[in-house]
Design a protein around this ligand. Structure first.
Ligand code: SF4
Length: 391
């Protein structure tokens, strides 16, 4: 009896895998890191795409992926780059630990593995920035090994297919075990990518297109009327709010004072507008002056800059000061890790999104102040002179 049930489940899993592969052959998305059936996948390209796609949409990744490949076409080229260059090229993609690990991983592969990625899940997991999911994705897609990557898309498809009602994240291990039962005997990479595409285009978080889905006959979530509701999630705790003050010193030639953040920790190695520590209360009075990077006439910019990080919500007041070219006297030391960066170089600098928001908030205030003090505006807002009486 038990054996009969197992055989039935095995047959069902085979049907599901075949349906996914047949659908993938017809409908797969054309993506620059994908290869045709007769081509050998390039582990460097697969790895680069997988790291970039963590927490980031395909739309945002495509231009960056192309830019990275143009600049660093192989692992040796990326390993030879400076970390600052990689961080600057990554700026705006967020989750900057990925960029630091990308660089560290390229160096590890170049120096310890002769420029070749290890061809096993266990070997890949030893490299910086490669966890369980990425190791399984590279192993199956780049090396054709039997491995089961489970990303957010696959998690959703499997939870619905098997009507898993345990909420996430508690359901993760169950979903992974169920996904493993589906992995076919061959075409492991295509199967994984087929499930990813199915989750991204048909079994979407809202309004899944079940009518177009190749898994419709086997889908228990659909049969039980739970398709759109699954996967359930435990309620999230509200993010705490952190506050602080950021200081934008603008030199008379337009250059801006920026500071390099410590390599370890949030936004590590990226550039920032110097700021106070981010805590529960915003600094004021003396403590505010203590955190300013230079002595200057700091003006508070109206409004605030807000940014959402994974674990907290940040609210920053922005202070702006115009400083002369001698803001840092020749003999005095520049504030630690700080340097002035020319305005034209800001676009290519390693500035994360939150810092770009701070700078544009300060620049808007600067532009308004310049407009107020321009002679034409002064003349138009000056009270009209008394008319001379004609003789
Ligand atoms: S039938 Fe609907 S819910 Fe089930 S896997 Fe397909 S799209 Fe998802």
């Amino acid at each position: 009896m038990q054996r009969g049930k197992a055989r039935q489940a095995g047959g069902e899993a085979r049907d599901i895998a075949q349906a996914v592969l047949a659908w993938y052959d017809r409908e797969k998305r054309e993506l620059p890191w994908r290869t045709e059936a007769n081509e050998q996948p390039d582990p460097y390209r697969i790895w680069l795409s997988e790291i970039m796609l963590q927490q980031t949409t395909i739309k945002a990744v495509l231009p960056r992926y192309a830019g990275f490949l143009r600049r660093w076409p192989d692992i040796e080229a990326l390993a030879g780059a400076e970390l600052g260059e990689v961080l600057a090229a990554w700026a705006g993609l967020g989750y900057y630990a990925r960029a630091r690990n990308l660089h560290a991983c390229a160096r590890a592969v170049a120096e310890q593995h002769g420029g070749r990625f290890p061809a096993s899940e266990a070997g890949l997991r030893q490299l910086p920035g490669i966890g369980d999911y990425t190791a399984a994705a590279i192993a199956s897609i780049a090396f054709g090994l039997r491995a089961t990557p489970v990303d957010g898309n696959i998690e959703r498809v499997v939870a619905r297919l098997f009507a898993v009602t345990t909420p996430l994240p508690a359901a993760k291990s169950k979903i992974r075990a169920l996904a493993e039962t589906l992995t076919p005997a061959a075409r492991h990479g295509d199967f994984a990518q087929g499930l990813m595409d199915l989750g991204a285009t048909i079994c979407t978080p809202r309004r899944p297109a079940c009518g177009l889905c190749p898994l419709r006959p086997e889908c228990r979530g659909l049969a039980e009327g739970l398709a759109e509701a699954l996967p359930y999630r435990e309620e999230k705790v509200a993010r705490p709010v952190r506050r602080g003050a950021a200081f934008v010193a603008i030199r008379s030639d337009g250059a801006v004072l920026l500071r390099e953040r410590p390599l370890r920790g949030l936004l590590g190695g990226m550039l920032e507008a110097p700021s106070s520590p981010w805590g529960e209360a915003e600094p004021n009075g003396n403590s505010l002056r203590d955190h300013a990077p230079l002595k200057a006439k700091w003006l508070k910019v109206p409004g605030r800059v807000e940014h959402i990080f994974t674990h907290f919500h940040l609210e920053l007041s922005v202070y702006r000061a115009e400083v002369g070219r001698d803001a840092v006297p020749k003999r005095a030391a520049m504030p630690e890790c700080c340097r002035f960066v020319a305005r034209r170089d800001l676009a290519g600098a390693a500035l994360p999104s939150v810092m770009r928001k701070i700078l544009s908030h300060a620049f808007e205030a600067e532009a308004k102040a310049a407009k107020r003090s321009s002679p034409a505006v002064r003349a138009s807002t000056a009270p009209p002179r008394a008319r001379r009486r004609s003789a």
